[in-house]
Each structure stands twice: as C-alpha cells, then as structure tokens.
Design a binder for this molecule. Structure first.
Ligand code: IPD
Ligand code: CA
Ligand code: CA
Ligand code: CA
Length: 267
C-alpha cells in the first residue's frame, strides 16, 4: 500500500472510532446549525481533529482542507488533503446507521489517493491513482451498464439547495421513469463508493462540495467509471453537480437531464 494511503486509512479508522463511540450515546451529542438544513455536531468536529492530527503526525507540511476546520495551509501546497470527517450527518443525528469518513489526497492538483470508510459495516473503500479501487482489499469495478432500463441509480435530494427542487424533481421524474429503482441513502461519499463497487449503476446529485466527492471521484474513475458535471464537462468540483456511472450510462443520464437543467444547473 502507498505510504500516504496508509496514513489516510489510519486517519479514517481513527475518525471512525470517534464516530462509533458517539453513535452509541446519541442523546449526548451537541447539534448546531450552519445554515438551512445544514447541521454540524461536536462529533463531526472531533472526527475531523482526529484525522488532522493523524495526517500531521506523518506529514506536518501538507495542506489540509476539511469541511469543518476549513483550510489549514501547510508549507507544502503540492500535497493537499481533502476531508469530510462525517459524510451523512443527518443520518448520524437521526440514528440511521449509514454514514462515512471520506479522505482524499491531491498531489499537484490531481487526485492521488482516496479512502471512504463506513465504520458501521467495517467497509473500507480505497483507491490509488493508476492502481484501481478496492473494498477491504478486494478489487472493485463499476458496472458497465449500457442503458437505464434495469439500472438502479443512487441520488441525493437538494435539501440544502431547495431553490433547485423543481428542476431536481423533473430530472428525477425522467430518470425514474426509465430505471428499475432509485436510492436516496444519505451519504454522497458512500453513493460514489457504491457506484465504484457496482452496487448501484449510477449516481447524480446537485450542489455538493469538494469534500463530499473528492475521494469518491478517484474511486469511481479507478474502478472504470466516469465522473462528470451535468453537461459532460469537468466542472463538478466548482458547480457541485455530479453524475457518476459507466461511460455509456453517463451519456444516457446526461441526455435525459439536459432538458430540465435551465441556466443555473448547466454546469
Ligand atoms: C451531505 C451528504 C448527503 C448529500 C448532501 C451532503 P454531510 O454531506 O453527503 O448525502 O445529499 O448534499 O452535503 O453534510 O452530511 O457531510
Ligand atoms: Ca455537513
Ligand atoms: Ca459531506
Ligand atoms: Ca460532513
């Protein structure tokens, strides 16, 4: 295993421990609001601190961008860690056992290493640039689906961006009509990991942040999939609008959502 992936795994497991311990005593967690329907708990923050501490022990000069602590500028900006300590906070606070730790390392702006860890199931998804993607050490691959007929798509509702509800529902309606079924499980990182593992055929969501998708993007690409924005470009890191699936299925999804995008989502 690449030494930096090893540190990413160690960090994810440290955060996972913090999260699991707290999940057993949910009545003790402190919840604060960051914005509309956007919550953060003391556990998100403790988990992020555990990750930052583990990374900095080995790589004190690296730069870190975390959802909760923001940018920690290191002397070495070539190495940039992008972390979501707890992806699926809404599930976590409601006691729904589906959330993950997501950690990616970018080297000179390119995704290089990725970990998504589901502490409830003990599932560790990993990827290294050019080396494929694994689940608990076993190779995983994106389902090479060719059409929506028979496919199951994961998605996320735009609960933090309700101005997009109508456009989203139109996209949903069109895709739902053609697919076998849809899933809204509540963790973007796991949605992407599940695409990588071939558990779902594809995934789309509006308005994500870089820490939601960084690790999942490398995972999907290394597992033989495609990650794009809503118009087939690579602006998803800025727009937060993302489609992930086999290259063939992505074409179908993009074709079907195009009429509903409007100007705001055409990026
Ligand atoms: C959220 C989850 C959710 C997605 C949201 C994300 P958070 O992340 O990934 O599935 O629908 O858009 O913001 O805030 O729980 O880390
Ligand atoms: Ca959050
Ligand atoms: Ca997230
Ligand atoms: Ca989070």
């Amino acid at each position: 295993m690449h030494p930096m992936l090893n540190i990413a795994v160690r960090s994810a497991r440290a955060a996972g421990k913090v999260i699991l311990r707290a999940f057993e005593q949910l009545d003790k967690i402190e919840i604060e609001s960051k914005g509309t329907n956007d919550f953060v708990t003391n556990v998100d923050i403790s988990a992020e601190l555990a990750i930052v501490e583990t990374i900095q022990k080995s790589y004190p000069n690296h730069t870190i961008i975390g959802e909760e602590c923001g940018l920690i500028e290191g002397k070495d900006s070539d190495y940039q860690w992008v972390i979501d300590p707890l992806d699926g906070t809404t599930n976590f606070v409601k006691g729904i056992p589906h959330f993950a730790v997501s950690i990616a390392l970018k080297v000179k702006g390119k995704l290089d290493q990725a970990v998504i860890y589901d502490p409830i199931r003990g599932e560790l998804f990993t990827a290294s640039r050019g080396k494929g993607a694994q689940l608990n050490g076993f190779r995983i691959r994106v389902k090479q689906s060719k059409e929506l007929n028979g496919a199951v798509l994961a998605t996320g509702f735009p609960f933090k961006h309700k101005q997009h509800t109508n456009a989203y529902l139109e996209m949903f309606k069109t895709l739902f009509g053609k697919t076998s079924d849809m899933r809204r499980a509540g963790s973007a990182a796991l949605d992407l990991a599940y695409v990588a593992a071939g558990r779902v055929d594809g995934y789309f969501e509006i308005g994500l942040k870089p820490w939601d998708t960084a690790a999942g993007e490398l995972m999907v690409i290394e597992a033989g999939g495609l990650v794009t924005d809503f118009v087939g470009g690579h602006n998803h890191n800025n727009s937060g609008n993302i489609v992930a699936s086999s290259p063939r299925l992505a074409k179908e999804i993009l074709k079907d959502i195009r009429p509903h995008l409007g100007e705001a989502l055409s990026k």
